[in-house]
Design a protein around this ligand. Sequence first.
Ligand code: DC
Length: 224
Amino acid sequence: MKTPPVIAIDGPSASGKGTLARRLARHFGFAYLDTGLLYRAVGLAVLRQGGDPGDADQAAAAAVALTPANAGALDDPALRGDQAAQAASRVAAVPAVRAALKAFQQSFAAAPPAGAGGAVLDGRDIGTVICPGADAKLFVTASLAVRTQRRLDELRGRGVAVEPAAVLADMTERDARDSQRSVAPLVAAADAVVLDTSMLDAEQAFAAALDQLSRRFGLAAGPA
Ligand code: DC
């Protein structure tokens, strides 16, 4: 039986990949999974237990406890915060955490919920490790300066007072940890199309992505 189509979207934080992935999912009528939320949920669970997200055993136990049945917890607004982001980046370097979350992500791609005709997953290793056979792969990136500014705008929009230097330092630290870890580091798959959104707004990024999906991967939405 033919498996449903999968669009894999990877890239660093604040590259615009989440906004793009959500829009593509809506456009194609596919289900969307923000896989960063899974790592954030694991990191936050460890913090809430008073543990250390860098401790492999504690992180792995929290990852095993996260199942599609209790994934409603992914709605928790605290997952969007910086504490959760930093904890996520640390648990994400633990091989047993990645292994535990792999099945969750692969089942979502193989059998998208609510009868959706396909799936869009965004993260760091979707095209390389989770769905290497994805029908289309985009690697969405932007310069560090642009990503820092976007994160600043986002935080200020939420009423969070932050110093630009602190956001830059946080982003640099997370980039380094995500790119240099030994398991599933952030890297573009050999067959991914790289989309640099430094000079693009969300609308332009969406248009560029649709163009690439159609031209490079033969993926176009049918009539609505
Ligand atoms: O995309 P995000 O900022 O929500 O991701 C939070 C952290 O989780 C990020 O620092 C790296 C990690 N992550 C990962 O290692 N693999 C994924 N597929 C998604 C996120």
